[in-house]
Design a protein around this ligand. Structure first.
Ligand SMILES: [Ca+2]
Ligand SMILES: [Ca+2]
Length: 103
């Protein structure tokens, strides 16, 4: 399944790429990668601000994850979609709005 148009979360870190063929496998040197805006992770729809639309988009995707058995709203990154992801996301949302991520 293709990922949703909305961003499920932001992330940053050092990543490597692995290329392989019938002759073997080679791994690149680590490179710094930033996905989304890690300062405002609750900006679920990636429009640059954290507001009520992010909550509704998150909840809609959460229900869709239940149907599709996907993990786009696995906010606590434990491999399971459940109510903890909603409460964890809401906590992130409040933290982001308090930190000035709101429009
Ligand atoms: Ca947003
Ligand atoms: Ca989870």
């Amino acid at each position: 399944m293709n990922p949703p148009a909305i961003r499920s979360r932001s992330d940053s870190g050092a990543y490597t790429a692995v290329a392989s063929n019938t002759c073997g496998e080679v791994e690149s040197a680590p490179a710094a990668v930033v996905i989304g805006d890690p300062t405002c992770p609750a900006d679920f729809n990636n429009d640059g601000t954290v507001n009520s639309t992010d909550v509704s988009d998150f909840v809609n995707q959460w229900f869709q994850d239940q149907v599709d058995e996907t993990l786009f709203t696995d906010w606590d990154n434990n491999g399971v979609i459940n109510s903890t992801d909603v409460s964890t996301y809401i906590n992130s949302w409040f933290e982001d709005t308090a930190a000035g991520c709101g429009g």
